[in-house]
Structures are given as structure tokens and as C-alpha cells.
Design a protein around this ligand. Structure first.
Ligand code: OGA
Ligand code: NI
Length: 343
């Protein structure tokens, strides 16, 4: 059924069933019986003392988490609570704006640097996802802030402050991840060209039939690392030993995951792990991932220090550009994009 409204946000109030274009094929649907029953989770790492006496201990924990989960949560990360709260509330305000105001930012072109869109890539996908999202480029900040929504009035200021804080955190984590691989502290930093930083504000409205569709189906992130903030509604799941593990929200905690570029640079020491987002019939869910990435012209390759007789080279070198375009054009799937760059 074709619908006139592009965003799920503006569709929901009129529906008691999901429209057919959202229904996943049988065999590719979330199993809500299994959802939220699991007690395992990903490691939580306290970053207190990362830049002082606890560094080597924390780096060991990061190494363990990256090798075994590809995901971890962080506390004492140094981002002020107020900055986090402002980011969450201005995002919520944005999605509560009237349709006509929000739609000023709408585009279905994945190459646009500021855009409100829906699902994943409406130009290429066959089944839609129960998600709207505002996607922003955030580094260098002064190149992009003027494109961002001007409404709500504090949007640019609140989001710019959040972006600065998240960049600082991302750089500290990249240093730690480099060291955890036995590389120089600034190794990863130096491979990313001029660096890039994108952000999505994901908005998942309540869904009348959450067992038939996804907020986001299983995928791996194409960037370097992702640092995700979520509201108090669960929905993110991570694949661990063949099982989907729900990451229950914890206030003031970020979820960090390894993206495909770390998988390449680490020559497969660390894996970019599949994850997905489920929706529910009760509550709106929001998540705000920061995607730290190389600049488009950066050349990515496995670190030569991580190639030896026991670890033969796994990937060819490429421009990040090429990778990123492939990611957006092929659609989300369980066969991860990184396999297309294997030697
Ligand atoms: C993403 C993502 C998960 C979530 O945007 O890449 O994985 O919980 N989001 O919204
Ligand atoms: Ni993701």
C-alpha cells in the first residue's frame, strides 16, 4: 500500500496495523518471545582514570570487550549530564514539531550532509523499517552547523556542544583502542585523514505490530566506532554467540561499538558485530548514535604491524569514500559490507 506520508511519525496515529510495505518475510521477523528475557549483557567499562593510573587496566578491559563482543558500555566517560539531557530533549522536541516544519529537512538522498529521512535508504530497499531519522555531519563543525535545523531554537547550540563533547570522547577511545591492539596511541587517529563525524537522531514511534517489522534490521556499522545514547526504552540488540542480546538502557551510559573500519585496520583482531533495533507497541524510542569516521579521501588498510605469518593480510586497501557509498547502496543485510573488501 502506498502511503502519502513519508515519515512513520506522521503515519502512526492513523493506523492499527502496520502497512504491508513494513512487513518482513516470515523467517526474518523479530522473535518477541525471546526478547528482553536474557540476562547477559555487554561489558561495562568505567573510564575513570583512563588518562591516569588506571590506563593499562582499562585498556585490557577494552581489548577483551572488543575481541569478544565488539560492544561495550561506558560510565564516567566525562560528558556532562546536562549536555546529554539537552541533546535528548532537543531531539525529542524536534520530532514533536509539526510535520510541515520537520519536512523542511526531508531528503531521500543519502549523500546529503543534513537530512531528515525514514527507514534506511528508501531508494534501494524493498521492505521499510519503522524508523525516522535526522542525520547530521558534525566535523568540522563550522562546515555544517548552518545547515542544521534552526527549529527548535536551541537545536544548533545544544547539538553542537554535544558533538564537541562526543568528538573528545571518540578521540580518547581511539587512542585506547589503538593501544589495546599494541599499536602506537595515535595510530588510528593518523589513518583517518581529516576525520569525519556523523550523527543520527533515530526516532522509533510506537508500532501496532512490532513482531512484523524492525526499527532497523541486522547490520554492522560502516564507520570506525559508534557511540550510542539511548532513551529509557529498550530495543537495541547485539548478536553474541548466535543469540540476540538486549542492551537495557542505563542512564548516563554510552554504548560503544567497533565499526567495519576497525575490523579492517585491526586485520580481523576486532570484529564489527551485527546489531539491530526492535520496536514496541507502547512507547516511542529514541537513540542517538555518533558515527566517528575517516574523511572520505582517507586510505584504509590493515595496520602493517598486525600482519604476520599467523595473521595474513585480510583486506585490500581502499578509499573510505568507496566503502561508504557501497554501504548506502546495497541496503542493510547480514552479509556485511566488509566482506566485499576481503583480499
Ligand atoms: C544505527 C543503529 C541502533 C539503535 O543507527 O546504526 O544501530 O538502537 N541504531 O537505534
Ligand atoms: Ni548500527
Amino acid at each position: 500500500m502506498a502511503t502519502m506520508k513519508p515519515l512513520v511519525t506522521d503515519l502512526v496515529s492513523t493506523l492499527d496495523h502496520v502497512p504491508s510495505n513494513f512487513i518482513r518475510p516470515i523467517g526474518d521477523r523479530p522473535d518477541l518471545q525471546l526478547q528482553f528475557t536474557t540476562t547477559d549483557s555487554i561489558p561495562t567499562i568505567d573510564l575513570q582514570g583512563l588518562d591516569a593510573s588506571n590506563r593499562s587496566e582499562i585498556i585490557q578491559k577494552i581489548a577483551h570487550a572488543c575481541r569478544n563482543y565488539g560492544f561495550f558500555q561506558i560510565v564516567n566517560h566525562g560528558v556532562p549530564e546536562e549536555v546529554i539531557n539537552n541533546m535528548m530533549s532537543v531531539s525529542k522536541e524536534f520530532f514533536n514539531l509539526p510535520e510541515s516544519e520537520r519536512m523542511k529537512n526531508y531528503s531521500d538522498d543519502p549523500l546529503k550532509t543534513t537530512r531528515l529521512s525514514t527507514s534506511f535508504n528508501v531508494k534501494t530497499e524493498k521492505v521499510s523499517n519503522w524508523r525516522d531519522y535526522l542525520r547530521l555531519h558534525c566535523h568540522p563543525l563550522e562546515d555544517y552547523v548552518h545547515e542544521w535545523p534552526a527549529n527548535p531554537p536551541s537545536f544548533r547550540e545544544d547539538v553542537a556542544e554535544y558533538s564537541r563533547q562526543l568528538r573528545r570522547l571518540a578521540l580518547r577511545l581511539l587512542d585506547a583502542i589503538s593501544e589495546s591492539l599494541g599499536l602506537e596511541k595515535d595510530y588510528i587517529n593518523n589513518t583517518l585523514g581529516k576525520h569525519g563525524q556523523h550523527m543520527a537522531i533515530n526516532y522509533y514511534p510506537p508500532c501496532p505490530e512490532p513482531d512484523l517489522t524492525y526499527g532497523l534490521p541486522a547490520h554492522a556499522d560502516p564507520n570506525v566506532i559508534t557511540i550510542l545514547l539511548q532513551n529509557d526504552v529498550a530495543g537495541l540488540q547485539v548478536l553474541k554467540d548466535g543469540k540476540w542480546v538486549t542492551i537495557n538502557p542505563v542512564p548516563n551510559t554510552f554504548i560503544v561499538n567497533i565499526g567495519d573500519q576497525i575490523q579492517v585496520i585491526s586485520n580481523d583482531r576486532y570484529k564489527s558485530v551485527l546489531h539491530r533495533a526492535l520496536v514496541n507497541s507502547e512507547k516511542e524510542r529514541m537513540s542517538i548514535p555518533t558515527f566517528y569516521c575517516p574523511s572520505p579521501d582517507a586510505i584504509i588498510r590493515p595496520a602493517p604491524q598486525l600482519i604476520d605469518n599467523y595473521h595474513t593480510v585480510q583486506y585490500k586497501e581502499f578509499e573510505y569514500n568507496e566503502y561508504y557509498n557501497k554501504f548506502w547502496n546495497r541496503g542493510l543485510s547480514k552479509e556485511t559490507c566488509v566482506d566485499m573488501f576481503k583480499v
